[in-house]
Design a protein around this ligand. Structure first.
Ligand code: ADP
Ligand code: MG
Length: 274
């Protein structure tokens, strides 16, 4: 696994003025407790993701990684803290708001894209239908434009020849690549990826990770959860380690983190993959 950072840095420099200097995503003092739970699942979590960077969230099972991504995506109400995109606060914790979706979920859905572990394509839509549904139906974009863009995206993930296939005709790796296209067609400012290769057979992991590496090279801002440590090392600009809903390690030097972990927690976590 390799990553061409030269192109990516160049593209980031090519457009310095198109956004404010605010981070693409800023999470501040995020606190979440599930209904009926006695302790918070996320406890005072804060971090910034600069535009065009890849932020990797690591942590043992149950540490709160999926909850964090779902909260950012507006799929989980939060009880404290703020979530901002380029400085716009898009969600604010309200104490006592334990259930229901974020009030901002609909406003968020075009600015944040998310792909889950289990490819959740609509079984009764073709590949093309899955990708074009939301932009034409919800965003009311012109259907021929959406179709053209969907075909370009499918070419990027090497699936143009499967445009008219049905989800059940595809392999797991192909379905995940379609799910990525479905997120990308909404031009998300931040793309959230939650263990998108965890349910795949080993021989399909690579084809999906290669697509994610290419997105990184093209400057897509991403927050991703993965158990593929070599991939994390190759793609990360920043790494955090979650434990019991708190950030226990955080670094801008992923190479150092993976090759010479400093904290006992990082050593223990990385040791569990050897
Ligand atoms: P991870 O993705 O790191 O494995 P999760 O965010 O899925 O962790 O889960 C963190 C904790 O929250 C776990 O203890 C889990 O059992 C609990 N949890 C997850 N989803 C729910 C839910 N919908 N209701 C109550 N508790 C939940
Ligand atoms: Mg999870």
């Amino acid at each position: 696994l390799a990553r061409d950072t030269s192109t990516r840095d160049a593209s980031a420099q090519a457009s310095p003025a198109d956004d404010s200097d605010k981070p693409a995503l800023s999470v501040r003092h995020l606190t979440k407790t599930y209904a009926h739970a006695t302790s918070p699942v996320l406890n005072d979590v804060s971090f910034d993701v600069p535009k065009g960077k890849v932020f990797v969230v690591l942590g043992p099972s149950g540490s709160g990684k999926s909850t964090l991504l779902r909260a950012i995506a507006g799929l989980e109400p939060i009880q404290g803290g703020t979530i901002a995109l380029h400085g716009d606060v898009i969600d604010e914790g309200k104490p006592g708001r334990l259930t229901g979706r974020s009030k901002r979920a609909s406003a968020l859905r075009t600015r944040i894209g998310m792909v889950f572990q289990s490819y959740d394509l609509f079984p009764n839509k073709t590949v093309l239908g899955n990708i074009t549904l939301a932009p034409t139906l919800v965003l009311k974009r012109k259907s021929s434009d959406v179709r053209d863009e969907a075909m370009q995206l499918l070419e990027r993930v090497h699936l143009a020849d499967r445009a008219n296939s049905w989800p059940h005709e595809l392999s797991g790796g192909q379905r995940q690549r379609v799910a990525i296209c479905r997120a990308l067609i909404e031009h998300p400012e931040v793309l959230l990826l939650d263990e998108i290769t965890a349910a795949l057979d080993p021989e399909m992991v690579r084809e999906v990770l290669d697509v994610v590496l290419e997105l990184a090279d093209n400057g897509q801002t991403m927050v991703l959860v993965t158990h593929e440590m070599r991939f994390a090392e190759a793609i990360a600009d920043h790494v955090i380690l979650l434990e019991d809903g708190s950030i226990v390690d955080s670094t801008d030097d992923p190479k150092e983190f993976f090759t010479h972990p400093q904290s006992e927690r990082a050593k223990k976590f990385l040791g569990s993959f050897e």
